[in-house]
Design a protein around this ligand. Structure first.
Ligand SMILES: NC(=O)c1ccc[n+]([C@@H]2O[C@H](COP(=O)([O-])OP(=O)(O)OC[C@H]3O[C@@H](n4cnc5c(N)ncnc54)[C@H](O)[C@@H]3O)[C@@H](O)[C@H]2O)c1
Ligand SMILES: [Zn+2]
Length: 342
């Protein structure tokens, strides 16, 4: 299979490229920055319709990883996120339609859910609203029941959980899914939207305001500083290794390409390890593997963060044959000393 891979020079894209090639597929790359693994391929923007059309020629499927990532630092980020993530995806989809390419694997994210699944002892399954600055400042980190305000029991999100994006980045990841679903309806195309949980591993970008928490902790450790854990460290997440993410992409591409009849429409998949950890646990594991210093819990917070978000990768296992293979402790030990990107 010949695959156009956008974001090929990025953290996840670079692993997807290796996994595709390792599985005997051909990779055509597209990234806005130079790609160390393919210096002969010029940088190109996913919003450049002509260039996208050129690279789509003769391709069987698209794997769309290119995006502006992170939480969004402030309101002035709105245009950039929307332009790259929403408009960029729209350009890609229109050109896929023109080129007759009907198979797409989309890098989506667990951020589309917002807060995870919760239950109230009295009111059953509930959807808490965004946490207020006032609550976070006062150290009330757990979202309360929207009906009675009591503490909630966190649960596990399934793919049919209603979306509730909490920041600009999340808005645009959900927009990508919506655009891809519309494209599929209009063209008969098929999309697998892979909702990655917290991805970590070799080549994770260095510490920037847009980086994931594991990268931020590791950058501090490399400077000899303690990882600073926000809130009380009890936030639950699922840390999934980048090689597992890459494999999920290849499995999804292969499944869509060989499926007969073609599934049509968009199908979402949680891609997670299935072994949730707290941010505090992750900081401990990383600091331990690095050889210290140990984390400090600061009570700091970010307004767009959610408290808990965990999922089981059951649908991906059933329908794509995906099983996570990198155990948390091994993955963190490797990550502690792995090279970063850029
Ligand atoms: N890292 C995570 O934990 C995580 C979690 C969920 C979803 N995702 C998604 O995975 C995908 C890959 O993320 P990543 O962590 O590898 O980030 P990354 O920043 O390392 O990679 C993104 C790549 O996209 C490229 N890019 C950005 N704008 C572009 C444009 N206009 N045209 C062409 N290329 C452009 C960048 O140059 C970069 O190489 C993204 O879609 C992201 O939303 C990541
Ligand atoms: Zn209640």
């Amino acid at each position: 299979m010949r695959v156009l891979l956008t974001g090929s020079a990025g953290f996840i894209g670079s692993h997807v490229a290796e996994e595709l090639e390792g599985s005997g597929h051909q990779v055509r790359r597209l990234d806005a920055r130079p790609d160390g693994a393919a210096p002969q391929t010029p940088a190109a923007d996913v919003r450049d319709a002509e260039e996208v059309a050129r690279r789509l020629r003769g391709v069987d499927a698209v794997c769309h990883q290119a995006a502006m990532v992170g939480l969004g630092v402030d309101v002035y980020d709105l245009p950039a996120y929307t332009s790259v993530n929403a408009h960029g995806t729209a350009v890609l989809l229109a050109e896929m339609a023109r080129a007759g390419v009907g198979t797409l694997v989309l890098a989506s994210s667990m951020v589309v859910y917002g807060e995870g699944a919760y239950a109230c002892h009295r009111h059953g399954a509930v959807t808490p609203g965004p946490r207020t600055e006032e609550a976070l400042r006062a150290g009330r980190y757990e979202p309360g029941c929207p009906e009675c305000g009591r503490p909630l029991e966190p649960g596990v999100v399934g793919e049919d959980t209603a979306p509730g994006p909490r920041n600009v980045y999340a808005d645009t990841k959900l927009a990508q899914e919506h655009l891809a679903a519309s494209w599929a309806r209009m063209t008969g195309g098929s999309v697998a939207a892979l909702r990655y949980h917290n991805v970590y591993g070799p080549r994770m970008p260095r510490d920037t305001p847009y980086a994931g928490v594991a990268a931020i902790f590791r950058s501090r450790l490399m400077r000899g500083e303690a990882p600073q854990v926000f809130e009380d460290g009890g936030q639950r997440r699922d840390f999934v290794h980048v090689r597992d993410i890459a494999r999920a992409n290849v499995l999804a591409l292969e499944r869509l390409a060989i499926a007969a009849p073609r599934p049509g429409g968009l199908r979402a998949y949680n891609v997670a390890s299935g072994e949730p950890r707290t941010i505090g646990d992750m900081a401990e594991a990383l600091a331990g593997a690095f050889g210290g210093p140990g984390p400090v819990v600061t009570g700091g917070y970010r307004l767009g963060d959610v408290r808990h978000i965990v999922a089981r990768p059951d649908r991906a296992r059933r329908e794509l044959g995906f099983t996570p293979s990198v155990p948390f402790a091994d993955g963190m030990a490797e990550f502690a000393h792995a090279p970063a990107l850029g």
